[in-house]
Design a protein around this ligand. Structure first.
Ligand SMILES: *Cc1c(COP(=O)(O)O)cnc(C)c1O
Length: 361
């Protein structure tokens, strides 16, 4: 294998090396089955053990009981959930409140409007989503309030969760299992696996059984949450490889000390980069104006002299720091440093930020 670079990509993103090694082995031959993991029937004993273990381990890491909560393994990505959630919970006259703290939240709201009276309860768009809206309008009788806990493109994150009258729902795609949270505060959450917990092709849903019981059943079978709750996500062929790798990542999270250990490391990693940016604030401009909202997962900034951007990217690439270009809609730079991203890569980026500013400033 050629040398690994520091991959700051926003997703699909870095996976732990130990996971990649074990998964490679599983692709060749799985656990004495005489078959590749990719060849196993999803109704056979080998795969069923992988599937059930991943469900149980996921809830256990989140401190949730399988009695009160269900973990679902679905397809169609987080974008699929933008539509499936309102399809299951809204009718034309039912209200849902959406707090729009970034571009992904705006997309979620757009889909919900197809199914019901989805309202923008607050938005920080006028300020380029540079902070998390702390207050919002709650509609009495709303079916749910939807937030985005980490805004991948803009680089903001919720640390304190809002109190809501209606059930709280989040798109947790880019900070799922990245820090300790009271997960029981969410009636429903979804996360594309490819940012923090696995490969693409899998979207994880974790929801309270009480909330799921209110979902509609007069919609196509494959889109009804009830179908997947009742069948333990084995109604049809699941994305078996992605679920297998999720299971390996969950084991890895436990080895890191669970969510407290993961959060400690993620905070240290982010601090290494933010402190370099803050120190050099006449040269670099953080994209997030409210410090307490700065994401631990996606660090975003611009160069005060935009003409130097191409130089910075070229130097980064020469130093094996890849994927730092900001999202095409916002420009600038973005360092995505999800769970498996190594501390050494954050240090290497901080060194380059300092060195570059010294030479060009
Ligand atoms: C990446 C991302 C999405 C889109 O995920 P897909 O799985 O590609 O549909 C949605 N929401 C957030 C917050 C994201 O980071």
């Amino acid at each position: 294998m050629s040398e690994r670079i520091f991959n700051f990509s926003a997703g699909p993103a870095v996976l732990p090396e130990s996971v990649l090694e074990e998964a490679s082995q599983g692709v060749r031959e799985f656990a004495g089955s005489g078959m590749s993991l990719l060849e196993l029937s999803h109704r056979g004993k080998y795969y069923e053990a992988v599937h059930t273990e991943a469900e149980n381990r996921l809830l256990s890491i989140m401190g949730l009981s399988p009695e009160t909560h269900a973990a679902l393994f679905l397809q169609g990505g987080a974008s699929g959930q933008f539509a499936m959630l309102p399809m299951n919970f809204l009718t034309k006259d039912a209200v849902a409140d959406y707090v729009v703290s970034g571009d992904w939240g705006a997309k979620a709201l757009k889909e919900a409007k197809i199914f019901g009276d989805a309202r923008e309860a607050a938005s920080s768009k006028a300020d380029r989503y540079a902070y998390i809206p702390k207050t919002f309008t709650q509609t009495p009788g709303a079916k749910y309030v939807h937030i985005t806990t980490n805004n991948t493109i803009e680089g903001t994150e919720y640390f304190a969760l809002p109190s809501t009258d209606a059930p709280l729902v989040t798109d947790a795609s880019s900070d799922f299992l990245a820090l300790e949270r009271d997960w029981s505060k969410f009636a429903f959450l979804y996360a594309g696996a490819q940012k923090n917990v696995g490969p693409a092709g899998l979207v994880v849903v974790v929801a309270s059984r009480e909330f799921l019981a209110q979902a509609r059943t007069d919609i196509p079978t494959i889109f009804a949450y009830k179908t997947h709750v009742d069948s333990h996500s084995l109604y049809n062929t699941p994305p078996a490889f992605s679920i297998y790798v999720l299971g390996l990542v969950l084991k890895w999270i436990e080895e890191q000390g669970g969510l407290p250990g993961i959060e400690r490391r993620n905070r240290q990693k982010a601090a290494v980069i933010y402190s370099a940016l803050d120190e050099l604030s006449s040269f670099y401009e953080p994209a997030v104006t409210v410090k307490e909202d700065r994401s631990l997962m996606n660090v975003t900034w611009r160069l005060r002299n935009a003409e130097l951007e191409a130089d910075f990217l070229a130097e980064a690439k020469a130093n094996k720091l890849d994927g730092l270009k900001g999202h095409r809609s916002v420009g600038g730079f973005r360092a995505s440093i999800y769970n498996a991203f190594p501390t050494a890569g954050c240090q290497a980026l901080a060194d380059l930020l300092r060195d570059f500013a010294q030479r060009k400033g």
